[in-house]
Design a binder for this molecule. Structure first.
Ligand code: ZN
Length: 307
């Protein structure tokens, strides 16, 4: 059965040998792998060290193609990949050059590996909201090249969502689906905030489990949660035996299965599917959720349906 992965950060998918090669080429120190994180905030600090190695549009092209090759080996037919432009790098290269690198990668990935890759760039909590708006505008400019959504990530719970909403609204107005991170480091109120801003899907969303009314709303509206079991376990938001996905899917909430940052969490798509199966989410249920949540056009969706 084909797999659909909707929540993977390309910057966190770069395997150590590729990262070392890119760092050396950019004359930067090679980051050392970290095998434990205290929480989301510690993880983001380490994530920033990794992403600082990626400096050129060609680096972005390469990491998309590399990850598509890996995902194909794990049965993926469709990916929605995330990237988070850095303000300093955007000042150096320009946002359009960064976007073009990722778009080139998406086109090459499909041609070379047969994996359909769509892109969902994002702004992040803690960044200057004006920068977020510039990212949204650049995302909209690349709609014809595979950008289908716009997200919000970063330090959930430490910054209010409200300053980031104008960029989300702008992206939605121009036809991009909204795919914010919510309900990972913060509680159900954060998921509600994401719904208020018009989320098409929620990245993580697992703390919705604490609020039966919210779970019922997610199920009824068929709002898909992009759940990443290993990520949740490694960041201390769940355990292997006790993960909210079991209760969420029993409540009828559609849960797609993803890796989040596979290189940083030492995981891959097959492992995530195996974990999900142990937690009560079958391959078929994950596919159904993936298909329901994918932001692709209807032609692509029916192509996926036939797989
Ligand atoms: Zn994520």
């Amino acid at each position: 059965m084909a797999r659909i992965e909707l929540h993977v950060h390309f910057e966190g998918s770069v395997r150590p040998h590729t990262l070392a090669a890119i760092a050396r080429r950019n004359r930067l120190p090679v980051p050392q792998p970290v095998d434990g994180f205290r929480d989301l905030h510690h993880f983001i600090d380490m994530w920033n060290v990794t992403t600082a190695c990626l400096r050129t549009p060609d680096d972005f092209r390469r990491i998309v193609v590399d990850y598509a090759a890996e995902a194909e080996r794990h049965g993926a037919a469709y990916l929605e990949g995330i990237f988070t432009p850095d303000p300093q790098l955007a000042a150096d290269l320009g946002l359009d050059a960064i976007m073009a690198g990722y778009c080139d990668g998406a086109a090459e990935a499909e041609e070379t590996h047969g994996v359909i890759v769509r892109l969902t760039p994002e702004q992040y909590r803690g960044a200057d909201p004006d920068f977020g708006m510039r990212v949204a505008r650049a995302a909209v400019r690349h709609r014809e090249r595979g950008v289908v959504g716009f997200g919000l990530a970063g330090r959930e719970g430490r910054f209010p969502d409200q300053p980031y909403e104008p960029a989300m609204r702008y992206a939605a107005e121009y036809g991009l689906g909204l795919v914010p991170h919510a309900g990972e480091a913060a509680g159900p109120e954060s998921v509600r905030s994401a719904l208020r801003m018009g989320a098409s899907r929620i990245r993580h969303g697992i703390t919705a489990v604490r609020d039966p009314q919210l779970m019922a709303e997610l199920a009824e509206r068929r709002i898909v949660l992009d759940v990443c079991p290993t990520s949740n376990i490694r960041l201390g938001y769940a355990t292997e035996r006790d993960h909210p996905i079991t209760q969420l899917s029993r409540a009828g909430v559609l849960c797609s299965i993803s890796t989040d940052d596979p290189a940083m969490f030492f995981t891959d798509l097959s492992r995530e599917y195996a974990l999900a199966a142990d937690l009560g989410v079958t391959e078929e249920a994950a596919f159904e959720a993936g298909l329901a949540g994918a932001l692709c056009d209807e032609r692509t969706r029916s192509r996926l349906q036939r797989m």
